[in-house]
Design a protein around this ligand. Sequence first.
Ligand code: SF4
Length: 582
Amino acid sequence: MVTLTIDGVEVTVERGATILEAAKKAGIRIPTLCHDKRLIPYGACRLCVVEVTARGRTRTMPACFNPARDGMEVATHTPKLIEARRLQLMLLLRSHPLLCPSCDAAGSCELQNLVHEYEVGELPFPRENRYFHVDNESPFIRFNMNLCIKCGMCVRICDEVQGERELSFINRGMVCEVSTDFGRPLGCELCGQCASVCPVGAICSKWLVGTGRLFELKRTDTTCSFCSLGCRLTLGEKDGKVVYVSSPPQSPNEGNLCVKGRYGWPYIYAEERLTKPLIRKNGALVETDWNEALSFVADRLKTLKSTRGATKLAALGSARLTNEEAYVLNRFVRTVMETPNLDHAGGYTYHALTEALWPMLGYPASPNSIREIRRAEVIVLLGADLNETHPVAKNEVIQAHGRNRAQVIVVDSVQTKLSGRLGTMFLPVPPGSEHLIAYAMLKWIISQELFDKKALDLKAEGFDDLVVSLEDYTTERVAKITGVEPELIAKAAKAYAEAGKATIVLTTGMNRLVNDVDLARAAANLALVTGRVGRESGGLHVFSEKANSQGALDMGLAPDLLPGFHRIEDEAARAKFSGAWD
Ligand code: SF4
């Protein structure tokens, strides 16, 4: 820890923290236009300059990328600093169009706010106008580089957090702009992270243009309803309609959203959405009210139960229901309909994974948090295509790889976005054989005595049985089945076993052929044998498909026997059920 004084306030921070971070901790605001805690300090805007006195010398330096040191005395708002910031703002305004009244970012523009705060008036030098074409080609994002202040936030978040590297600065001097290579249309994930960090109006959400200003919107915090990562959203509403979605920087997802979370909401107003119940009468679906619809369903279920029997009834829920809804459905199906035929769509894969983990870890879910992935030194993705299924968790892998040089090992039956990254170890396997690689890694680790004996003695039992059960999983034999070179399997095993912090990621949601139960067992065994369970940035990460997959299982929206959903679908298709409630 280091202790310093900022504007007379003594503050202690971890060694390595910047002066800017120390000031924040001391409750002192230093203005910035190019800083974001998710990004590597850049020092472009020079607004965070402070005066630092140490060892009898006073120097002016940017607070965002100079580390706090013991005994430093920092002044953040001296007349000299205020004048330096005013000059810096004037230089930015020199080529920034002064069209605030008609700019869509007015009211939420950081540059505008600082110009007011530092009372910048007439510019002491001539203005220099730039003329860039306004790019409206993307379905969600508008680029108006005439407003750009070259803070580089969009370029950096696209590279450092998203791993897309879609944007960069092209040209130099006054004609420098942020663009794709050769100005081609965006070919990225369209996550909108670039628009979310732009401090001015140079990159913004196209749907907001002409709709209203950000400060006018009614804001409501909620949770994303797509995948199971549960990113926090803030819905912006105007005239009773959602027009904008963002995420608060202090949320567990640090303000990061994927394209689904940020732009996937227009389904709320889709014309095809059913808003009233329908009953089929004389072969045609007819609109009705809820009283008639619910009475109809109750009568039909009662009749079918008394004439055909409760076992001929089935019900399917959803992993997008709330816990309360899932619990009520569970109780209704088991105690009123009196049938065990209950499941939810997509639950069969996550159910299989967690059922396998439960007896091994004593817990049917991920034992580690998402944010720990970024500090892992080795990340093994076993059939986990995070870019497709859980994009914000993919950002964690990108950050671990980009900042900490983490070794990413992808075992999958298809090329994924992460498997194609420079430095990734890719083990391509036939569909459904990812677990064989995990077992071969396990056997190799044991044969090389790279397991954690102390952790095994303390936390695991049945090690001798495990060794016997792995007899057939030599790297050579698994290589013959999967086509992956035995040396590559051994290399992956060595990297995983020898890393200080290593984790394994399993996901559901791609409907690829994966042997879920065996995969989960193999992954849990790998983590247990190497002593990763219960350690930071170790263990396992298991991500389910839908927003409340975990809650659906916890609330009992699952069959007593696996695989439920498939059986209900098959049997319904073969007309074994008389009534099904979906
Ligand atoms: Fe929503 Fe998942 Fe995307 Fe987060 S990663 S915004 S929870 S779909």
